[in-house]
Design a protein around this ligand. Structure first.
Ligand code: IVH
Length: 689
């Protein structure tokens, strides 16, 4: 330990503190499976240490983490020596760094032609499986790359690891082979596991990677056996006898023939351009995948070239990993506030020290409800891990309790509404707490915002600020008041004037003629979204029919569940809501849908059920849905075996995946236009893959 009084330069101190921080993180991550820093922080520390050591080689010590790979194996399992070291990968973070990596290869092997295989970097735990005469003998963790842990008994419980290699197509089995791959957990399995652990009062896992690592390193294999682990195989450590192979692509094929799951989307690319395009494509697909990936591995395909390129300090030159921008960062909770939602729910929200996550500055995260806050023990002043995945609202994943100073403050859900001061109430069996005042201005404002929004009555010009102002002025007391606003008074309001008032008035007038489904949606019935509103309008054709319908009748509408049905019935029997509907009717708002109903029975798509997913570039989702319905199709929200086709726009996610699993054709936007133009739905193979 450096003595603070001696002649230690600030540089040496920095190097020392980086090493300690990295060692601690290694221990927390690999041994305890309880990370105390995000991957991004860890990567940043590594980068800085590497750069400092490169600039000042005299500071390198044999015990620097840069001088070895991974971490000391835990003593809980028997240690085993890897016959061929398990290397780690260098990282690139952008196109420029990938180009620089490829340029180095070309310098080392001038004139060589390279094919680059890209495959997803699945976020799990690396393992090595030894098969002798086709039978699984041993399974080990990577450990520090040289020494790993013998976890054979646990790996034998992983369902998709072959205990015996399959002999297929006359491919001879090797006498001995070491297969390498990643053990991981799918997202859905991870969620279900965490739910189970939580129900049993246990400590949940922070992410699928930790869940996989924690499950594999159980001392009791019976516990591992109950964990939904899988292996994806991506390489061979060594092989004696059996078929020969000349490229990584052939290795993957061989592994498949032995019965291993490998990435179905590994691709051989003839140029760096194409390899980079794959990296970008994976980044786009990332959030829609069934499992978590943290990057893309790029490997030189030709094994002879691999050998010629060799490795530097335990990293092969022939492979690198494109690491995605982190979706998790650590930051501090400066305060916790409470918002009141449209249905009166009190939504706790963390105000964060602003932090850049994957290019977006995040300063708020949802905390869901009071149970969640208690379960995660979230306090004001805590340092937390925040995650932002795609369009999902940022969430607090975990509190880093070891960073507490003692000044943190526990949060208590208010027993009075922060907006109107009425008592709040939490019903038994419900997670949410509600403001009990149905006339609470916060609820009313949200309600108005919802009613005038684009998917509902679409009143252009009546933005949230203006709506709030009308509520504050007492001009809007319920949504019915929107149709009897005092236009002269509005024209005199500051910042508005005659022209704005008359434009707004025209927009309000125009909204009276919206289709029934929009009105149903705009009413803000609990649990009833745009699609359900459409189903209800199609089935009942008028508000009066809907009001008159029994719960059972509503429940019998395909696509409407019992909770929604009860919600609709309760809502439409509440006197305040009935009064609002009557007010809207008196104002001339359309209550019936003349052309609602099922699509024409003889349309070109009659009898077909289709699903839309992803972002379309030539029309909105609503326009596409309407056009499909006009052609007679039934537009469903989820994919089943009976689905006739899935139309996938940009960033299509799990629905397209599910369709592929079921063999349902996945069609692009051009095909959508063709089908709308009267062409038959093309059958069979996915034209996009
Ligand atoms: S190749 C020398 N391929 O990433 C090649 N690794 O830091 C080393 N990983 O420890 C591994 N998916 O756990 C390779 N398709 C893939 C991978 C992959 C995930 C992990 C593996 C390794 C780490 C590299």
């Amino acid at each position: 330990m450096p003595d603070a009084c001696s002649d230690v330069s600030p540089l040496e101190r920095r190097v020392d503190s980086l090493r300690r921080a990295i060692e601690k993180h290694n221990y927390d991550y690999y041994i305890l499976d309880q990370p105390t820093a995000t991957d991004a922080e860890y990567d940043a520390m590594w980068r800085e240490l590497r750069e400092l050591e490169a600039a000042h080689p005299e500071l390198i010590t044999p015990d620097s983490p840069t001088q070895r790979v991974g971490t000391t194996p835990s003593s809980r399992f028997n240690q085993i020596e890897h016959p061929v070291p398990m290397l780690s990968l260098s990282n690139v973070f952008n196109r420029g760094e990938l180009d620089a990596w490829a340029a180095r290869l070309e310098r080392i092997l001038p004139g060589a032609e390279f094919t680059y295989v890209t495959e997803p970097k699945v976020d799990g735990l690396a393992v090595a499986l030894t098969y002798i005469d086709g039978v699984l003998q041993r399974g080990a963790t990577r450990g520090d790359g040289v020494t790993g842990e013998d976890i054979t008994v646990n790996l034998r419980t992983v369902k998709n690891i072959p205990l015996r290699l399959r002999e297929s197509g006359g491919v001879p089995l090797p006498n001995a082979i070491e297969v390498r791959g990643e053990v991981f957990m799918r997202r859905a399995d991870f969620e279900a596991l965490n739910a189970r652990i939580e129900r049993d009062g246990g400590k949940t896992f922070m992410n699928p990677r930790n869940a996989a690592a924690g499950s594999l390193r159980q001392l009791d294999p019976n516990i591992t056996a109950q964990r939904p682990l899988r292996l994806t195989a991506y390489g061979i450590g060594y092989a004696q006898g059996g078929a020969s192979f000349r490229s990584h692509s052939e290795v993957l094929q061989l592994l498949r023939s032995f019965g291993f799951e490998t990435s179905p989307d590994a691709r051989a690319n003839p140029s760096v351009d194409e390899a980079w395009a794959q990296c970008e494509a994976w980044l786009e697909r990332r959030n829609g995948l069934a499992f978590e990936i943290d990057g893309v591995v790029i490997k030189v395909d030709d094994l002879r070239q691999q050998e010629e390129l060799g490795f530097v300090s335990r990293e092969p030159r022939w492979a690198t990993a494109y690491k995605f921008p982190a979706i998790q960062q650590t930051t501090r909770i400066n305060d916790i506030i409470v918002n009141v939602g449209r249905t009166g729910t009190l939504n706790p929200l963390a105000l964060l020290e602003p932090v850049n996550i994957g290019g977006v500055i995040v300063s708020r995260a949802t905390l869901h409800n009071e149970d969640e806050i208690r379960r995660k023990d979230i306090r004001v002043g805590d340092t937390v891990v925040v995650q932002r995945a795609g369009d999902v609202i940022p969430q607090v994943v975990q509190v880093l309790t070891e960073r507490r100073t003692g000044d943190e403050r526990e949060f208590v859900m208010p027993d009075h509404c922060p907006v109107c001061g009425s008592p709040t109430h939490r019903a038994e069996g419900e997670a949410a707490r509600y403001c009990t005042n149905s006339a609470c201005p916060a609820q009313l404002k949200r309600h108005v915002h919802h009613f005038v929004a684009r998917g509902a009555m679409d009143i252009a010009g009546l933005g949230e600020k203006l709506a709030d102002r009308f509520v504050d002025l007492g001009m809007i007391r319920d949504i019915g008041d929107i149709y009897s606003l005092d236009w002269e008074r509005i024209a005199e309001l500051e910042g508005l004037g005659e022209l704005s008032a008359s434009n707004l008035r025209a927009a309000v007038e125009a909204s009276k003629d919206r289709p029934l489904a929009r009105l149903v949606f705009g009413l803000g019935i609990p649990f009833v979204g745009e699609r359900s509103s459409r189903l209800l309008a199609d089935r009942f054709h008028s508000i009066d029919n809907l009001v008159a319908a029994e719960v059972e009748t509503i429940d019998s509408v395909p696509g409407i569940g019992p909770v929604q049905a009860q919600g609709v019935a309760d809502f439409l029997r509440t006197p305040e809501n009935v009064a609002v509907i009557e007010k809207l009717r008196a104002a001339g708002v359309r209550m019936v849908d003349a052309d609602a109903g099922d699509g024409p029975a003889d349309g070109p798509l009659a009898g077909k059920t289709v699903v839309l997913t992803g972002r379309l570039s030539t029309m909105t989702r609503a326009e596409a849905e309407n056009a499909l319905r006009r052609a007679g199709a039934n537009v469903a929200g989820s994919v089943s075996r009976k689905t006739s086709a899935v139309f996938a726009g940009e960033e299509a996610g799990s629905k397209a995946e599910r369709a592929r699993e079921f063999g349902v054709p996945v069609l692009d936007e051009d095909a959508l236009h063709a089908v709308l133009g009267g062409e038959a739905i093309p059958n069979g193979k996915d034209q996009r893959s």
